[in-house]
Design a protein around this ligand. Structure first.
Ligand code: FAD
Length: 378
């Protein structure tokens, strides 16, 4: 039987970065993926690095997002150095367009919200915004510049992390589906794949939206897939420097000249169909925000499944089974949260103590909620 210090289920950005961090801390680590690592949400993503909350429900995640953002430059430098490959990091800021007729009020609300959360945000007039981003539609009312935000080419980043993990001693097992955790009483002894039992002192479930399919992990990681459709455009005459946020769309420029547009959020189970309606919505909104994109070449369209949790917050940390740790539920922010997740899981395993407030992300919160509902019902 194979024996490791740590066995990780799932080789997306989350699982592979945890594997890398643990190997660099001196642990003997195994990473299992049901296919080649990194071909699910981490491949499909847009790669925006923005700790700003997209909805009131996400405000609780802002401190974690800020902590991860602060780690990003060093994290990218580390994986680029170890792997010898680029991760396509662009620290150019993001710009949110305001089109409402009540722009003045909206602008001051957005700025106050950001400053209250300790996030950098600057109000811009329509003229100033169009000077910074000359391809924007001309009839916007105002904009918000978030100069500290960035983006990364998530496909490249995933590759650099998996390669760095391999080079740092992680044993990567592709095409090995993890079927269940290996439980003896209150102890998790490792995991059981489609072909073997694997013994590990620490078992980490990081299988994205598929985590609840791993028998024994579902009660700690009750995630569901949230489908996101994306497109990639190429247009030499459209000049886009920063990530642009419109009402219905974001546009993400890549270092190689592509512009990504996304994304839909749909609850359709594990169905990965690209729909005509989804594609029409993306194309219309992209051209609406940057009219020159009407001339763009449509290069690629794809779909990915985000791991969403019942409260839309990540699920991170130890469980009531000794040795079992969960790292999933990153929903729309898994790329942003990659460095901080890897650090927290390493701290739990090597220090049994973590440097960030994490109670609200505990995998045990669903168990507590279930017990409470049960007690009320009785
Ligand atoms: C369209 C779209 C746009 C997005 N945009 C952004 C963005 O701009 N910024 C941002 O921060 N986040 C964004 N996200 C979210 C982000 O991509 C995810 O939160 C993140 O990639 C989750 O990473 P993960 O490693 O948990 O999951 P995944 O990348 O899905 O990886 C899970 C891995 O587990 C493997 N696996 C599954 N089941 C098993 C099993 N039983 N045994 C072994 N292996 C298994 C899979 O093969 C896969 O490799 C976006 C997501 C989508 C879909």
């Amino acid at each position: 039987m194979k024996t490791f210090d740590a066995a990780i289920a799932g080789g997306g950005l989350i699982g592979s970065s945890i594997a890398l961090e643990l190997a660099r801390a001196g642990l003997h680590v195994a990473l299992f993926d049901k296919q080649e690592p990194g071909l699910e949400a981490s491949w499909a993503s847009a790669g925006i690095l923005s700790p700003a909350p997209e909805s009131p429900a996400m405000i609780g995640m802002v401190p974690l997002g800020k902590a991860s953002m602060a780690l990003y430059p060093e994290f990218v430098q580390m994986v680029e150095e170890i792997s010898g490959q680029s991760a396509g990091y662009r620290a150019k800021g993001t710009l949110e367009v305001v089109t409402s007729r009540h722009a003045r009020e909206e602008l001051s609300t957005i700025i106050a919200l950001h400053h209250g959360l300790g996030l950098r945000a600057e109000p811009l007039s329509a003229e100033d915004a169009c000077q910074l981003e000359p391809s924007l539609r001309e009839d916007i009312e105002a904009a918000v510049l978030r100069p500290a935000e960035a983006s990364v080419d998530n496909r490249l980043l995933t590759r650099t992390i998996v390669e760095s993990a391999r080079k740092s001693g992680v044993e990567v097992f592709a095409n090995q589906r993890v079927e269940q955790i290996w439980r003896e009483g209150d102890i998790c002894e490792g995991l059981i794949t489609s072909t073997e039992k694997v013994s590990a002192k620490h078992t980490v479930i990081a299988a994205g939206c598929f985590s609840a399919q791993i028998q024994g992990a579902e009660r700690y990681a009750p995630v569901v897939p949230a489908r996101g459709q994306m497109i990639s455009l190429r247009c030499a005459s459209a000049r886009i420097e920063r990530v642009l946020w419109g009402d219905e769309i974001y546009l993400v420029p890549r270092n190689d000249g592509r512009v990504l547009a996304g994304a839909t959020v749909e609850y359709a189970g594990f169905d990965k169909t690209l729909t005509a309606g989804g594609q029409r919505k993306l194309l219309n909104a992209a051209i609406d925000l940057v009219p020159e994109l009407e001339k763009a070449q449509l290069e690629e369209a794809w779909v990915g499944l985000r791991p969403d949790s019942p409260d839309h917050l990540p699920i991170l940390g130890p469980t009531d089974l000794q040795g079992l740790i969960i790292a999933t539920g990153h929903f729309r922010s898994g790329v942003l949260l990659t460095p901080i997740t890897a650090r927290l899981i390493r701290e739990w395993i090597t220090l049994e103590n973590v440097s960030e407030q994490w109670d609200r992300f505990s995998p045990m919160r669903f168990e507590a909620a279930r017990k409470q509902t049960h007690a009320t019902a009785n």
